[in-house]
Design a protein. Structure first.
Length: 441
């Protein structure tokens, strides 16, 4: 926030400085996916990679759908922090913890239905289905810890301690990589090893940061956190409703990526594995470029609050330029190292060969997608979540229709062409609503 106060011009340098802590934490997240994919891709049997791809895609969709726990926490905590209402901050934290535990309990109870749904929609082979269920039986118990960490990340972002929130994510990701590697490479636990790595890493990280947060609240706020006087109906309804639009938007977005896995399964299990490998490149670029979007959220909110249209337009212009040119740098790196990275991820020659044939999409999607990533940040910062939701619903529904037809004509290449068009649709639909933001300034 000191950067905000020092100037209202929001130069590229300032945006980069705001984004640096987020860069490191964001890179750590897809790195876990790449390592897990690599561990499975080198077991010389496609079924391990296919099972992990399907199971993690489903779990990611479910867990990311509740990302509103982080976003909702940020907004309420930030407002209470501005008013120095520390008791409300603590109560918000505890209420959200309770909501997270209820949501996690429901997900755990519903795991049999989730398994049946996966079997119905993806129609995996018997061997692959056994591995998928093996992963889910372990991974589902990490949900309580993962949702609670969402809230803690939101808390630290809300009180402007971005370094702590970034350190939490880096700790989780590092432990995940180390433990999964040990379980798979040393103990030969295969799919179960990857799931155990996530499970144990989640609870270790949650425990460490819950303890730290408890001590932090006592030291900084002079309050001992207690589950007293938090069962207030109006407060709970506010927490449940405040980010419903974001919940819907995130659910549709994660479904779009799950849909890619689904379409690949209809072509063949080899293509599920290949798309899992290729998506790691897209996700890595997305998380990297999202650092600018996260910075833009705060900047946009600040400039709108100050009613400074000039600063607002300059900030988003610099953000777009930085994101696009960073995407080009990522593309250059992919051009030189794509084959080498694929070869590290999988030792199966057929998967390598098919992956090479899709190289074009890996270098063309990041620069095009950089625009919709930044627009997401702008709309969140401006609290135009309804427009964000509507744009995503339209884009995803159009993507599904387009992908069904293109995959019939062009096979897996059609799926990737559809993903490319999906990124363009996201930008166009958000641009359509952009005037609603400028009206607020």
């Amino acid at each position: 926030m000191e950067l905000f106060k020092s100037s209202s011009k929001f130069s590229k340098k300032q945006i980069i400085l705001l984004s640096i802590p987020v860069f490191f934490s964001n890179i750590a997240i897809p790195l876990v996916g790449m390592i897990d994919t690599g561990l499975m891709g080198n077991l010389n049997e496609t079924k391990y990679l296919v099972a992990t791809s399907i199971a993690t895609s489903v779990m990611t969709m479910i867990i990311w759908s509740f990302g509103f726990l982080r976003m909702g926490t940020v907004g309420i905590v930030a407002q209470a922090y501005g008013k120095s209402d520390y008791r409300e901050i603590v109560k918000t934290l505890l209420r959200n913890f309770l909501i997270a535990l209820i949501v996690a309990f429901v997900i755990i109870i519903l795991i049999p239905i989730i398994k049946i749904s996966i079997s119905y929609f993806f129609s995996p082979s018997d061997e692959t289905e056994v591995l998928i269920n093996e992963y889910l039986n372990i991974r589902v118990f990490s949900v309580p810890a993962e949702l609670i960490m969402y809230i803690m990340i939101g808390f630290y972002l809300g009180i402007q301690k971005t370094k702590i929130s970034s350190f939490l994510i880096i700790t989780l990701s590092s432990l995940n990589i180390i433990l999964s590697s040990i379980f798979v490479l040393i103990y030969d636990l295969k799919v179960a090893g990857v799931a155990l790595g996530t499970l144990i890493a989640s609870y270790i990280t949650m425990g460490l940061f819950l303890f730290y947060t408890y001590k932090y609240i006592i030291k900084k706020f002079k309050i001992i956190p207690k589950f007293e006087n938090i069962m207030i109906k109006s407060k709970f309804l506010k927490l449940l409703n405040i980010n419903f639009d974001i919940f819907v938007r995130t659910a549709f977005l994660t479904f779009a990526f799950l849909w890619i896995t689904y379409l690949g399964s209809k072509i063949g299990e080899d293509y599920v594995a290949v798309n899992s490998i290729l998506l790691q490149f897209i996700i890595l670029a997305a998380f990297f470029l999202d650092a600018y979007a996260y910075s833009t959220e705060g900047i946009v909110g600040y400039t709108i609050g100050k009613r400074s249209k000039k600063s607002f337009l300059l900030a988003i212009k610099n953000s777009f330029q930085l994101s696009f040119f960073t995407a080009l740098i990522i593309v250059i790196l992919y051009i030189f190292f794509f084959k080498d990275i694929v070869d590290v991820i999988t030792s199966i020659e057929l998967l390598r060969y098919i992956s090479y044939k899709h190289f074009f999409w890996i270098i063309i999607i990041p620069p095009v997608a950089s625009f919709c990533y930044q627009l997401d940040g702008i709309f969140i910062g401006a609290s135009q979540t309804r427009e964000l939701r509507n744009a995503m619903i339209f884009s995803v529904l159009a993507f599904i229709i387009i992908s069904i037809n293109l995959s019939k004509i062009y096979g897996n290449q059609g799926i990737w062409l559809s993903l490319f068009l999906f990124m363009i649709l996201r930008s166009i639909t958000l641009k359509f609503y952009f005037k609603n933001i400028t009206k607020k300034i």
